[in-house]
Write a new protein. Sequence first.
Lengths: 494, 1091
Amino acid sequence: MKIAYKYLLPAFFLLALGSCKKSFLDVNTSPNSPVDVPPRTLLPNAEVALGFTNGNELGKVAALLMQYNAGIAGSQAGAYDQWNIGSLDNQWSNELYTNTINNLGIIVQKTEGTSRAYAGVAKLQMAYAFSIATDLWGDVPYSQAAQGLDENGFLKYPQPRFDAQQDIYLGNASLGIKSLFNLVREGIADINSPSILKPASDDIVYNGDLSKWTRLGYSLLMKFALQVSNKAPDTTRAVINDIVNNNRPFINDVNGTLDFNVPFSKANPNPYYLQDIGGTIPNTQLLSTRFYNLERSLNDTIRLSKFYNRPTGVYVTYDNGSPFAAPLPISSRSQYSTYVLGATRSGEAPIRLVTAFRNYFILAEAALRFGVTGDANTYYQNGIKASMISTGMTTTEISNYFAANPTIVTLTGTTDQKLQQIILQKYIASVGNAIESYNDYRRTGYPALQAPTVTAGDDPNIFPWRFPYTVQEGTSNPNQPNPRPKTNVKVWWQ
Amino acid sequence: MKKLRLLLLFGLLCAAHLLHAQGRTVSGTVTDSLGIKMPNVSVQVKNSRVGTKTNDQGEFTLQLPANNSTLVISSVGYETEQVTAPASGNLLITLNPNRQNLQEVVVTALGITKERRSLGYATQTVKTEAIVDKGETSLLNALQGKLAGADIVGSSGAAGASTSIILRGITSFTGNQSPLFVVDGIPISDATDESTISLYTNQSSNRSSDLNVNNIESVNVLQGPAAAALYGSRAAHGAIMITTKKGSGRRGVLDVTFNSSYSQQRVYGFPELQNKYGQGTNGVFNPTTTFSLGPAFGSTPSLFNGLIAPPNTTYYVNGAFYTAGQTVPFQAYPDNILSFFKQGQIFENNLTINTGDNRNNFGATIGNSQQDGILPNSSFKKTNVGFNISNYLTDKLSVKASVTYFATVQEGPTQGSNGSYSAYANVYRIPRSVDFNYYKNNYTTPGGYNNWFIPNIYNPGIQDSSAGAAGDNPYFAAYKNPIRSNISRVLGNVTLGYDIHSWLNVSYRVGLDTYTDRRKRSIAIGSSQVVRSVFTNTSGTTTGGIMEDVYYRNELNGDLMITAKKNDIFLHGLNANLLLGHGINQQKFQQVDQTGYGLAIPNYYNISNASNLSLTNEYEYTKRLWGVYGSLSLAYNNYLFLELTGRQDHSSTLPAAKNAFFYPSASLSFVLTDALKMNSNILSFAKVRAAYARVGIDPPVYSLDNVYTTGSAGNNVSFYQFPFGSVSGFSISAALGNKGLTPEFTSTLDLGLNIGLFKNRLNIDATVYNSKSTDQIVAVALPASTGYLNKYLNIGAMTNKGLELTVSGTPIRWKDFSWNVSGNFSFNRNKVTAIAPGVTSFSFGGVAFSGLAPTIAVGEPYGIIRGSKFVTNDAGQRLVDSTTGYYLNYKSDQTVLDPNRDWIAGLTNSFTYKRFGLSVLVDYKKGGQFESFTVSTLRALGALKVTEDRDQPFVLPGVIDMGNGKYRPNNIQINGQNFYNVALGGSTGSTTSNEFAVFDATTFRVREVSISYDLSGQSVNTKIFKNIRLTVFGRNLYFYAPNSPIDPELSTQGASGVGSGTATSGGLVRGLELGSAPNTRNIGISLRATF
């Protein structure tokens, strides 16, 4: 018994105390993930995230709605094709708000004080990402979205407000909403401010060339200005005139050297390749008979051959909303070609987010409709040329096309007829970024599209003017309108 | 003083010994009900200290005192008998096994044994005979229906599929809900490790299924936290205390048990299918569709209905080509889907050897079971080898040790609802007119590629085109793309004990549970199941792949325990028992997986055969905890018992500054019949008890910090992952950390009553409890617009109230015939009482299945499932579109189903007649709902029996808004195909209502029936064997689910919480049948011989 008191009990307490040592319990730092990373590792992911978001499912839906492609009945693409869009949770939640916007927000938070070049670059991309969100879904979380944490580690806005699209584009001081225009302007100012760290090879789009980022900034202002033209034509006119008249730098090289293109490679292929060829659910869409017929009617066959391939020497197409079996064999179908999938059709083509050709079409429309300085027809022809160059057409091929098709490449007729021509060419040039043509179509009604043979979705009688809000956001954010607006409700800028 | 008292006690015993020398001598033999002689049985003269024990031949001789001839014969596990000694001759006494012996000893927390009468909280005991020889190799499945307050649900009938168990309802919003499994005092893992993409892989087994049911002596279930408080956070959801078979405790006796069983499994409970319409859509034949919405069988072939091949078209139907103008043979293959499920079988052998005496014991066991599953090429094989010793090295120093090695191999095809991965999902998608037998015999094309009626670019030999990757021929997937899981596990423990004094003992126990689960998934060249065909050599050619997945888990426990016992402390009849302890626990986990594509050599599945290595991931964690604990038990005159416990834990997963948490328990047991001397032949025993306990749970590992992850995004269609060339990219994790996390707590009040009537022939045990769980640690789903998808928070509260009732008795006990009944009834009412300020509901982070989100909502029970429902008017009538006839619109975030049951009950009736025994277990589960993807898929595809009436038009029940606040009944007809395929929600898509695939899970089931025959060695005058028992058994012989077209007892997620593969962010998801393999009906035979 004495032994017990003398040795065992002290031993017990010693053991207990020994275990108290901090090191025993100090094992709760994750060995799996870093707790902090430098901005140079965040920027490349954010750039790819932006391009991927544009080209993945959202771009696919838009390309089907805009009838570049036709989706095969029974597949997810077939559902999109028939206007049945569904809840794009993965796109809204993972691709757009968390992976793209939040990472851009973190870059801004990390660098706004000392390395404003990074902050500026991030703000421009953020503005672009938010424009995708509001253009597709209408009113979306913006001013309170991805605003990070307060000093206590709590979210500043745990349930972000859904800002009105008008406020997102134009701002609303009383609600504390900064316009997309001002977000871009802030970004441009940041880029041109002193900065300790500057993007270099981590900037996989522009390789650290800040002057190109400035050009992107002004290009975004032009894009946004045209987007709101139905509702705020004065803004459209003022913004674009400022750029043109004051020689602000923007993406204007017809050879495409300034374009904001997110690069992909064979090893890291672009989503179009994965959707149609390389992924687990390929071959669910092919060239739409309608787009094919359009291109044939315009004699635009060389450019078409860059957009879509002809495995058997002829174009094998499919009609939008077709309830019938798709043409067989699969290997005969016309799918995206080198322009969208890369020279070897292995996904090495970039996602073309902001391009010279689209800027020229913007200028053409702005000159035509809003009296912006410059000749609409010249802008128009530059747009066509720049697009053809970017598809890989040779100078000879382009000049031959211009020579052979003067009525197509020259604006004629009423303002509306000219507008129709501009948007039609912009539409054709926008293969690979159908969200842009989806925006234009909703804004202008051009190009004229026929309803798919079979329609479904929210309202089978009306083209989807917007995407349905997503389930995940709805179940966790009471600010999402419920019941949600159906897809037959137009967005503000329409 | 204390020594003096002990001396006095000793003196009294000596005196008693002297006294009985004066009476007459009585001798006798004690046997059990099978006639086997029982050694070591206590034979006492009533109300005296005179007594002896039987020898190895079951014989005893005793000197009776002059004035007393009543003998009390007792043995643990048997009903005590009282007999009057005859004047002369030998006594022959037979002891009957006791179903619920109130004097029995039960194993409680930390492996401490206590008399049941002393317990102030509810426990249940299941003995070996209730779980062996029933054709079940999984312990959890074998416990089904036998426990009050336990909800046990298997995931499917697939070999090795996991089973979940919940005791007394769910007490945590998220994380693991399963009780702590303890084998001989050592906590072990019951993890279910889901491979990276859980929905698309095989249904993993849970680790308690490694245990050998035949080597289990008893299972004590501690339902509530009061019972398990000393285990701390690990046992917040209750504990399952498993005691393995040990040495016999009889000197020189060698106990050898050999048992062998064989059983067959057949699919049971699959929904009924139609055989009137074949492949096609809109009444038109189409040889490549999965729909059975084509022409009726017997239709005249025409170009119009597609049964004559149209111009420029070649059909490929059941292995034959039909060119333009040719007529396609068109008939039903009624068994085509079900024929995929073959007859499974289980073969089991087990040998146990035990020997020893009171102080030294040795035992060894070897067991093996081989199960061929109902899915082709699926199996579940278990082998275990173990031994245990316990020895007094000196008078005071004892050592106990045991070690068991388990080897478990599970193999099977991929399952789940995703057609492009799952062998199984494609079975459902076979139209009624497809000859599956042809595809069984020709699952590869002549070129070795996948051959399937859905054409595919990957099988150029016969078919070369496809709408999407349609997935593989199920036989191709089963035979060419299996997943194999190899578990190698060691369970060991050593206990050193030292009796410092007769009343003071100190011991140290260390226990280890470690296993490695090595998994390999092979994808054959030619399979369309190419998850990352990015890495295929050339587009359109699948080159196969290999996925290696290794799980390692290691749990170490060390406990120092000092126990002191003191009788007659302070006053006579007050006995005290004090325990002081110190424990450490360390859990380590690592998962490494590697994927390679582009196989150079066919059928050679070594990672070096892959030309493209991609996706190497690693996840590991270490979690540590130490605690000090103590318990004080006081017993007064063996009728009043009080136990107080307390434990302070320190966890590595809590913030360093606040990593300690304390929780107490108190329990009281009062045996009325003894205290008030009121026991009679009618009321033999009565006890009331009360217990209160609070248990804390620490957060999951690494939930405090915000972290960054390698940049990636996308889904199974398309994705990217960094590095991009030489550029690496990182992304903030979508899961927010929380540096302020505190433990969650569950407090429970537990009141109970035990009554024994008619000399304990009828025993009733009733418990009511009320528990409240607070500060729940939850990965709350955040709106994605915050930039994050979830965050760990301490939020909310939840209550569980319920009743558990067990009744057991022996209505008839005649000489040759007895009838025993044991039944249980329980219900639990769970209610979420609070979440967070301003938050009334949330769904588990990152979890939704086709728009169905398992949800926690204030005022509702845990785990309701929310999704879309069609819009209704105020009267609850669904609104119909006045032009289309379809439902107008659907509303998201609606409660679609509640998986919680109203009540569950089980009833076992056992009869013995001479050497025959019959035991029947039926159970009834009332209420609870589930969503069946199997049913909705089959219905949308037009294969389900109910779709036979498709030729008539349908009018959706509902009303049309007349715009003036009034509604008229819908009268717009829609066609039958659209009714089943579109209006009822298709195959539970996210963009429509989910409400039409919800069914009531109420089920009556004949779960177990067994008929046995015993042949004792004595009866045939041999000493070669003691007894041989032959048993014929059946499991799941019949079920009746009035409101469900499919067996409701399927829960695809099984024992694993969603998203809990490596993290614990998910919650337990119930009520989703996501295309499970059907359940089975088992019939078999077993032989058990003891030597």
